[in-house]
Design a protein around this ligand. Structure first.
Ligand code: GLC
Length: 446
């Protein structure tokens, strides 16, 4: 335990009450820039020491540590900490899908005065997502939604007047541009995304199936909607990209792998989250001046629509922390309006406080497009985490494993989805869509 009394710290002010030195550890940052932003933000908090919390003055040190890059690995690490009831990390980034699974290990922010009022500035859907049995287990820090990145220079050069509206158009454009560019650049590819077997693949796959009108894997009402025509078509088309418009290795890619290829100028399209924008347009990027952003393409057929998966991160405070009051104070600072604006400007993370989208500084910056795409972010499709809690992490593991098998060709889409449907039913106890009618109405040939 690092807490001790500094004693007489305010002697120069003629007062002799004790100021307490406390260190809190914040587990954050899956990329170098996110970690650096976190360190700078922590420094801003420390610059205003001492902090009066309750009736005590604290001199706070915030130690910032880096978590694993993959959300799946980060979850495993947190679970380990929690199962050991360890307070090693006081504060942690909480993925938007975790509140239901992890609620019992996180403190309730609503115990603290003023938090309820603070929450009124945030998007209500995220606050609701973070509220489990009336407990607020995470304060929203930033939100996320899948986007299509494209090379404005290449689209123009090859005579296209805008980004693709459907996956078929994306495939055609990527094929043409690859043929042309491939002559001079053997590393050039069409489309990079996240195909590794981890949480990111669940996000990508949800976008494909939702864009074909196939549902959410599990509907918000609690029906398993996995084995249907649209999902099978969506997964078959994604599998057809592997080794054609996307490199074979895409089935091992996470966010940073795709970003590096795109940013080095070796792909025309990329699916990624907004964070990639600040990096792809930074001075050291090979394509800094040629980055376009658009909603992801739609599928085909009835119910098709562009779809973005909802992502995002909250600040949680560990229920086993030795300094929860201080950790809460730090969390409130890090999620404040000022910090969210800086986060948007410096590392292109989407604010969860709506007014930040209208701030003049944002509108004058290179992320002014945040305001334009706000409807896309607000309509983002949530993963089925609330309905499957506290088993979402396991459900997602089943989903990404099944999808990964389809992408690598280990299983065909129809078999994979019919097996996944049963696995999800066993795991969650939820009914399969149309099951009470004795047949799956949405897949006639079953
Ligand atoms: C992003 C999203 C998060 C998601 C993760 C998957 O960090 O914000 O919600 O789980 O990507 O890789």
């Amino acid at each position: 335990m690092k807490k001790y009394l500094a004693g007489l710290a305010l002697a120069s002010a003629g007062m002799a009450f004790a100021q307490q030195d406390v260190t809190v550890t914040w587990l954050t940052g899956n990329t170098a820039t996110a970690l650096q932003f976190g360190k700078d933000a922590a420094q801003r908090y420390m610059d205003t020491n001492p902090h009066t919390i309750g009736d005590q003055d604290y001199n706070v040190t915030v130690e910032v540590t880096q978590g694993p890059e993959s959300a799946t690995d980060r979850y495993a690490l947190l679970l380990q900490l929690f199962e050991a009831q360890s307070g090693d990390a006081d504060l942690m980034d909480i993925d938007v899908i975790w509140p239901g699974d992890l609620a019992q290990h996180l403190i309730d922010f609503y115990q603290y005065e003023g938090v309820e009022e603070d929450m009124q500035a945030h998007f209500p859907a995220i606050v609701e997502n973070n509220t489990v049995d009336g407990k607020l287990v995470g304060i929203p820090m930033y939100t996320d939604a899948g986007l299509l990145y494209y090379r404005t220079d290449l689209l123009e050069e090859y005579g296209y007047d805008g980004p693709p509206a459907t996956w078929t158009e994306l495939q055609e454009m990527a094929t043409t541009i690859m043929e042309g560019e491939g002559a001079n650049n053997p590393d050039f590819t069409g489309f990079v995304w996240q195909g590794d077997a981890y949480e990111g693949l669940t996000c990508n796959a949800l976008e494909w199936i939702a864009s074909f009108g196939g549902g959410n894997f599990i509907s918000p009402e609690g029906e398993i909607e996995v084995f249907n025509d649209q999902n099978i078509t969506a997964l078959e088309s994604a599998a057809s990209w592997v080794g054609t418009i996307s490199p074979q290795a895409v089935t091992g890619f996470q966010e940073e792998d795709s970003r590096q290829i795109f940013q080095n100028g070796n792909a025309v399209f990329m699916r990624n989250w907004p964070y990639a924008y600040s990096l792809a347009t930074a001075e050291d990027s090979a394509i800094a001046d040629s980055v376009g952003i658009a909603p992801l393409p739609a599928g085909e057929g009835d119910g098709s629509t562009p779809a973005a998966t909802l992502g995002g991160w909250q600040m949680g405070v560990n229920a086993y922390s030795e300094n929860p009051d201080v950790a809460v104070d730090v969390a409130r600072f890090l999620t404040s309006e000022e910090e969210q604006l800086l986060r948007a400007l410096e590392v292109s993370n989407l604010p969860t406080i709506e007014s930040v989208y209208q701030s003049q500084e944002l509108l004058d910056s290179n992320v002014a497009w945040f305001a334009e795409l706000l409807p896309v972010f607000q309509n983002a499709v949530a993963r089925p985490s609330t309905i499957s809690a506290p088993r979402y992490n396991e459900a997602s593991r089943q989903i990404f494993a099944a999808v990964h098998d389809v992408l690598t060709g280990a299983t065909d889409a129809e078999t994979a989805m019919s097996e996944l449907e049963i696995e999800l039913e066993d795991l969650t106890g939820l009914p399969i869509e149309g099951a009470d009618a004795g047949t799956n109405t949405s897949f006639a040939s079953r």
